[in-house]
Ligand binder design. Structure first.
Ligand SMILES: *[C@@H]1O[C@H](CO)[C@@H](O)[C@H](O)[C@H]1NC(C)=O
Ligand SMILES: *[C@@H]1O[C@H](CO)[C@@H](O)[C@H](O)[C@H]1NC(C)=O
Ligand SMILES: *[C@@H]1O[C@H](CO)[C@@H](O)[C@H](O)[C@H]1NC(C)=O
Ligand SMILES: *[C@@H]1O[C@H](CO)[C@@H](O)[C@H](O)[C@H]1NC(C)=O
Length: 415
């Protein structure tokens, strides 16, 4: 009983002390880099926060102040801008890019811990949470691109997306093809578009929410979708942090992470766990999960399914339309990075995408067969495997000096 009481007090202390105390900028500054906080308001009233690393304290000798190409990062589901800096100043891509003279912007999707305000709606209201992947892609991403291009006075930017961040990117360009020209290069880590062959427990978890033509399931999914997840995620974060940073529980936590992301990856940098669980899960709408679940069940990449009546109202047809992938054609091939042990990105679904995108994308299949969905952000070798390559490609797209031999972590033939 005493232990339990102590544990509860400990949890409360965690909740109290972790509430909004430290943000991505504070962490960036702790690592010695400058950082700016930027707020923008979307056309539908959400206030989104971006963090900017305008330059490096290490001096970025080649490219002083004037010509810094901007880069926008978009994070995974339930993540935040913090996901990009977990592996620290020597390995994390935002710092590498700042060191190399890029202007780095870390975005946050509506509904996460840094973007949970609205001009009129309260975070505690159901209406606030009535958004899906559609709004993240078709409203938030274009708003961020416009904001960054205005601030930096540039015509285009580089994009780096991880998991849901890649879904947002594809949705943005499909829905607003005029943004293709604003993309200098794009790097999609664990691209989540088609989820037809997704493994693990997901199809089983998905089916009750969306059961293909079951009006009740649609109604449930749409209603459940607006349940505010906020307090729940804050609690989950505190509990996970309290448990997983205890040595006796670490193994279990790593096991759970692997079940979700891909079995048995040996690549996780375990030092990131405390920092990860300070900000993950970072909050999102339940509808984002329902939306993914719908795409699992439909084997397609579609707009949110509101059920028959809702779809007629919203789309003027019984089924939600598919995202038109013909519209997605940035000026340089999209760089797709995927791995065989990634639970969310089945190689067969990537192959389907390959059939559609062909030469519009470049296909980088990680040669380590145990690489999983977490490893794009948290592997101890992620710099050598992915980030050195991404940085070098961006240099090349900028027509700056580049090395040309940094992309060695991939299979010779992707398929
Ligand atoms: C941005 O928004 C956050 C949270 O809503 C707020 O604390 C901060 O003061 C705002 N910053 C600026 C520069 O407006
Ligand atoms: C970069 O710019 C700063 C002023 O903004 C200047 O003091 C510094 O000497 C410049 N560095 C190089 C390498 O040109
Ligand atoms: C692993 O993560 C820790 C914590 O951020 C970091 O200090 C360390 O450099 C990382 N190791 C590698 C090899 O990236
Ligand atoms: C998809 O977009 C292309 C143009 O990018 C257009 O030609 C085609 O008709 C569209 N397909 C559908 C189903 O709307």
């Amino acid at each position: 009983m005493q232990t339990l009481t102590a544990f509860v007090i400990f949890l409360l202390a965690v909740v109290v002390t972790s509430a909004g105390a430290v943000d991505t900028c504070d962490r960036i500054i702790q690592h010695g880099y400058p950082c700016g906080r930027h707020n923008l308001t979307t056309s539908d009233g959400y206030r989104l926060t971006m963090f900017r690393i305008p330059h490096s304290h290490r001096g970025d000798p080649q490219h002083n102040v004037t010509d810094k190409p901007p880069v926008l990062f978009m994070h995974c589901v339930e993540c935040s801008s913090d996901i990009w800096i977990l592996v620290g100043p020597d390995s994390a891509l935002p710092f590498m890019l700042a060191d190399a003279g890029f202007d780095v912007w870390l975005g946050n999707a509506r509904g996460n811990m840094y973007s949970e305000e609205h001009v009129t709606m309260e975070r505690s209201s159901i209406a606030f949470w009535a958004f899906s992947l559609d709004e993240l892609g078709t409203i938030d991403v274009p708003a961020k691109i416009d904001y960054i291009l205005a601030k930096s006075k540039k015509k285009s930017l580089h994009f780096v997306g991880y998991s849901q961040g890649t879904t947002n990117f594809i949705a943005a360009l499909s829905n607003k093809p005029e943004y293709n020209d604003k993309i200098r290069s794009s790097h999609l880590l664990g691209p989540v578009v088609f989820l037809c062959h997704v493994g693990g427990p997901f199809p089983v978890l998905a089916s009750p929410l969306v059961g293909s033509d079951n009006p009740f399931a649609h109604m449930l999914g749409t209603l459940v979708g607006t349940v505010p997840l906020h307090e729940l995620t804050a609690l989950a974060r505190s509990v996970a942090l309290a448990l997983c940073t205890r040595p006796d529980f670490e193994e279990m936590c790593v096991g759970i992470m692997n079940i979700i992301a891909g079995w048995d990856s040996p690549y996780l940098n375990r030092s990131v766990i405390p920092e990860l669980l300070s900000t993950f899960p970072a909050g999102c709408s339940f509808r984002q999960f329902v939306h993914y679940a719908q795409n699992v069940m439909s084997c397609d990449f579609r707009y949110f399914d509101f059920g028959l009546a809702g779809n007629m109202l919203k789309y003027g047809q019984a089924k939600p339309p598919s995202y038109n992938l013909s519209n997605v054609h940035p000026e340089t091939p999209m760089e797709l990075y995927f791995a065989d042990n990634d639970n969310f990105v089945p190689a067969r679904d990537i192959y389907h995408l390959y059939k559609i995108f062909g030469k519009r994308a470049s296909w980088n299949r990680v040669k380590h067969t145990k690489y999983n969905h977490n490893d794009y952000a948290m592997a101890y070798n992620v710099k050598e495997c992915l980030y050195d390559c991404i940085l070098d490609k961006m240099q090349e797209y900028e027509r700056r000096p580049f090395k040309g031999d940094q992309c060695t972590c991939f299979k010779k033939n992707a398929f």
